[in-house]
Design a protein around this ligand. Structure first.
Ligand code: ZN
Ligand code: ZN
Length: 386
């Protein structure tokens, strides 16, 4: 015979954590097998401990309230209970403050929809932090180099300003919900071939509030949530990479029951640059070099994100050779120093020669004792075009 956990501890369904702890200490002292005369003391003591365990764990308690005693116990026996609906994730107070503001990223999309798509609040309870919301923001490589402050416009859920999230006007008359007698929960008992099934769920009439109001807030339609167009300034540190996420604390969905707002996670996307390929803090640049430049060497200009720099090209440089320009790459995020700029030499084979160039190269080939099997018709064609 299993008894509802609230009854085991002798507390009401909306008992606070303190009340539960207190009730537990009292009951545990009473039924401790070492001191109790009750022949079933040990069994009772176990149940008291289990009840306390579940009800003092926010997530388990929520699940217990939603599933009802019977179903919860079955789920519990079937290999443990891990997290409530919504589970996984970062937990209600995920992320924590301080330290590294960068984390992994997840799905994107309209953050207003995210809020209503995900989880959804069940029943009443203490103060709960609002959900974290996600969005993305695109910046150029030059902006990632310098660091930039960007304007981010989001439409996000907001606690209704007209009713402060309660769903009814401040002065509305109220009465105790007759369907649940103010408990916010309904318990139904059904007889099935497998036995008596008890189900506890959030009261459908008052939606767990225990109170009915004569008026509904016209601004939010009673949901307590409205849309807000917010314009936020996002400070993006220099050196940030694609896929990294900035956490803007307290800019997410509003909390419940006076709880704090969730966070807004902004995934940064760094756009590709026409000249540079990025590899962490290093940048790669392909430098086109003419044949004579490669032969004789030259002083060339190489672009960097900080303006062009001069570089000496040695005589005889080969295609595919690389020059490393120290500290001309990207700044390292949250660290000192910069990566390097790797300059990849690419000797460009001349095309569409004019006659003078062609003769010079023929002379070059001859002087090198090179006997080229050149398609004569090709040369004839060129000749005839001048
Ligand atoms: Zn009710
Ligand atoms: Zn409202």
């Amino acid at each position: 015979m299993s008894e509802d956990f609230y009854e085991v501890l002798g507390v009401s369904r909306d008992a606070s954590q303190d009340e539960i702890e207190q009730a537990y200490r009292k009951k545990a002292a009473e039924y401790h097998p070492d001191v109790s005369d009750d022949p079933n003391a040990e069994e009772k003591f176990k149940r008291i401990r289990k009840a306390k365990e579940v009800l003092t764990d926010e997530e388990q308690r929520r699940a217990y309230d939603q599933m009802g005693h019977e179903r919860f116990e079955q789920a519990d026996k079937r290999g443990g209970f891990d997290g409530g609906p919504g589970g996984a994730g970062a937990g209600p107070f995920g992320g924590g403050g301080g330290g590294d503001p960068f984390g992994g990223a997840g799905g994107m999309g309209d953050i207003f929809e995210q809020f209503f798509g995900g989880g959804g609040g069940g029943g009443r309870g203490g103060a709960r932090q609002g959900a974290d919301l996600r969005t993305s923001l695109s910046i150029t490589l030059a902006e990632a180099y310098e660091g930039v402050t960007k304007q981010l416009n989001v439409t996000r859920p907001e606690r209704c300003p007209d009713c402060d999230g309660s769903g009814h006007p401040p002065g509305a008359d109220s009465q105790t919900c007759p369907q649940c007698n103010g408990r916010g929960q309904e318990t139904t008992v059904r007889q099935t071939p497998l036995g008596r099934v008890q189900q506890t769920r959030t009261c459908s009439r008052c939606e767990g509030e225990g109170t009915l109001y004569d008026e509904t807030c016209s601004t939010c339609g009673g949901g307590g949530i409205t849309r807000e167009d917010a314009s936020l300034e996002v400070e993006i540190p220099s050196g940030i990479e694609s896929g990294q996420t900035l956490r803007m604390e307290r800019e997410g969905a509003p909390g419940e029951g006076g709880g704090p707002e969730g966070d807004l996670l902004v995934e940064i996307e760094v756009e590709d640059h026409p000249d540079f390929d990025r590899d962490g803090a290093d940048l790669h640049y392909t430098l086109p070099v003419s044949f004579p430049q490669a032969v004789f060497g030259d002083a060339v200009e190489v672009p960097t994100l900080d303006g062009p720099v001069e570089m000496d090209l040695d005589a005889g440089v080969q295609s595919g050779e690389t020059r490393r320009l120290r500290s001309k790459g990207m700044p390292r995020l949250q660290r000192r120093g910069q990566g390097d700029l790797l300059v990849h030499v690419q000797v460009v084979t001349p095309r569409d020669l004019n006659e003078e160039q062609r003769e010079a190269l023929e002379a070059f080939a001859e002087a090198s004792d090179e006997d080229l099997e050149v398609d004569q018709t090709f040369f004839e064609k060129i000749k005839s075009s001048f």
